[in-house]
Write a protein that binds this ligand. Structure first.
Ligand SMILES: [Zn+2]
Length: 161
């Protein structure tokens, strides 16, 4: 059942121009910063409860951030004072905080391309990078962008049904 959910979600995520990695492909191992996960993806269920809607990766101020997949820079700003960069991958949007960029909006990005620099953290990510992924209002495990089929797509309560 879980494999079906993962496969279905990956197919659902497939963008028009560049499909996300499928489970049968060699994973893309270009992490945005390090692969050291400080705080794991813990989506709440129901979704209005507290949770962690992304991954926190070890990162230092001034460190370069890379996009794992081809995409387009679609937004940059400072919501709540936190520098943020958003990259569109087909139907999915990945967010990176606290990150700023000099790239202009709608820059086409190649896999592993630098998208910005880690800034001084505010909020819950002070010495790390908060990496989020969503489609619409639904949060997904950002490791999907690495082709990691073990990435959790749904809250544990839903997956166990
Ligand atoms: Zn976080």
């Amino acid at each position: 059942m879980i494999n079906f959910i993962v496969t279905s979600a990956l197919l659902w995520l497939s963008p028009v121009t560049q499909p996300l990695a499928q489970p049968s492909q060699v994973p893309n191992l270009t992490w945005p910063t390090s692969a050291h996960v400080i705080r794991d993806f813990a989506p709440p269920w129901p979704d209005w409860l507290p949770g962690h809607r992304g991954l926190d990766l070890a990162a230092s101020k001034g460190e370069r951030v890379r996009t794992p997949q081809r995409g387009v820079l679609v937004w940059k700003g400072r919501p709540g004072g936190t520098p943020t960069v958003v990259v569109q991958h087909g139907a999915a949007r990945a967010s990176y905080q606290p990150v700023s960029t000099d790239l202009p909006l709608f820059t086409a990005l190649a896999p592993a391309q630098a998208i910005g620099i880690v800034r001084q953290g505010t909020g819950h990510c002070v010495a790390c990078l908060h990496w989020g992924l969503r489609i619409g209002e639904r949060y997904l495990d950002p490791r999907l962008l690495l082709g990691d089929a073990s990435a959790r797509l749904v809250a544990p309560a839903v997956a166990s049904r």
